[in-house]
Design a protein around this ligand. Structure first.
Ligand SMILES: *Cc1c(COP(=O)(O)O)cnc(C)c1O
Length: 372
């Protein structure tokens, strides 16, 4: 395969991450969040691996994402976390996905729809996004759901804004949610209460409740943006490119748009066919390293849409066709999504989710290739 940029996903790592999460959360069930194409890992493959690793629920953000999983034959319990337009609601229900509700008009739409549906109530304890802050009003929404013949009051949920940063604030928000969930249990005793994302599931045991919704940790990335090893997580994604050109650069000669890099002494450079058109962010211009031959090589000049250039040093110690590790390990060196995120003041989530459709995805289990 003529490889420009290849996201190589180890499904066994996703399985092991899920198995570890399951072991850590005790009695709570694990919902693997596979929205945004599985955080750039491939939703269908990630979902299957997560289920094999012990997840019993899946979550997505959009109705179309639920339909994609069903079309692939995945029949696990599935919840669409996002707000749904009229058209999306039909898609979500056709996919037999659970939906989230917090208003009476939405429940009225659900009832008009006529299909049977499992509904989760969303309390807003501080995210200020979806859900409602008004517990009394939400309980009335719950009563409407419980009274509707084809609707099932299946869950009650919230989403913490700062589980990764403020355990005390999150504790107070959790207390409010738990008190509300108790009231909902009065309407539907079997209701599933869920609140924790990866950070809460790992760091705040009381937040685990019936079900934890883990995304970032499933993929082996660290919710705090630190080393995934701190929490025994294994990154599942490697991002590989290759050396497409090796050239000498004389003093004064430049690299890239804007000629922002000029050699001071004679060096060799290697150009890799990966750029911001592949999701390799332009903010990495002159700001990052990749591994070639097991050694770190500095990016020189700007990242363009299709290419990036790195400095090799005084000798041309790489050849056309050599693998360049953008995310991953080689020769005892390791480059993580967390390292890239720190360079441009963003989060690891955005690094893998940014990968574009021009990247090729391949799958393996600990080195044994798996058909897509
Ligand atoms: C994305 C999302 C999650 C998963 O969060 P992670 O930090 O990736 O574990 C959980 N719940 C909701 C509502 C989400 O939108």
């Amino acid at each position: 395969m003529a490889l420009r940029a290849n996201a190589r996903i180890n499904l066994a790592a996703i399985e092991r991450n899920c198995a570890r999460l399951r072991a850590r959360v005790g009695e709570s069930a694990l919902c693997a969040v596979v929205k945004a194409d599985g955080y750039g890992h491939g939703a269908v493959q990630a979902a299957r691996a997560a289920l094999a690793g012990g997840a019993s629920w899946l979550a997505v953000a959009a109705a179309g994402e639920a339909a994609e999983l069903r079309a692939a034959g995945i029949d696990a319990r599935l919840v669409v976390l996002g707000a749904l337009s009229e058209a999306e609601l039909a898609v979500a229900l056709a996919a037999d996905a659970d939906v989230v509700a917090w208003s009476e008009p939405f429940v009225a739409r659900l009832r008009e729809h006529g299909a049977s549906a499992r509904v989760h109530l969303e309390l807003d304890v501080g995210m200020g996004r979806l859900g409602t802050r008004d517990g009394d009003a939400l309980l009335r929404v719950g009563e409407l759901v419980a009274a509707a013949p084809r609707l099932t009051l299946a869950g009650v949920m919230t989403h913490f804004p700062s589980a990764d940063a403020d355990v005390e604030l999150t504790g107070g928000q959790l207390d409010r949610f738990v008190a509300f969930a108790e009231r909902v249990r009065g309407l539907a005793p079997a209701v599933v209460a869920h609140a924790a994302n990866s950070a809460a599931a790992l760091a705040i045991p009381a937040s685990r409740l019936d079900l934890v919704r883990c995304g970032i940790a499933v993929y082996g990335m660290d919710p705090w943006g630190r080393d995934p090893r701190d929490h025994d997580l294994e990154p599942a994604l490697e991002l590989l490119s290759r050396v497409a050109a090796v050239k000498p650069l004389a003093p004064g000669q430049t690299v890239g748009y804007g000629a922002t890099f000029a050699a001071r002494e004679p060096i060799w450079t290697a150009t890799l066919p990966i750029g911001y058109g592949d999701g390799f962010r332009r903010g990495f211009s002159g700001n990052g390293e990749v591994l070639i031959g097991g050694r770190r090589r500095q990016i020189v000049g700007r990242v363009s849409m299709d290419n990036v250039t790195v400095a090799l040093g005084p000798e041309p110690d790489a050849a056309v066709g050599d693998v360049a590790v953008v995310i991953g390990a080689a020769g005892g060196e390791r480059i993580t999504a967390e390292e890239w995120a720190a360079r441009i003041d963003t989060i690891n989530y955005e690094i893998t989710t940014a990968l574009s459709s021009r990247v090729t995805w391949t799958y393996h289990r600990d080195g044994v290739e798996v058909a897509p």
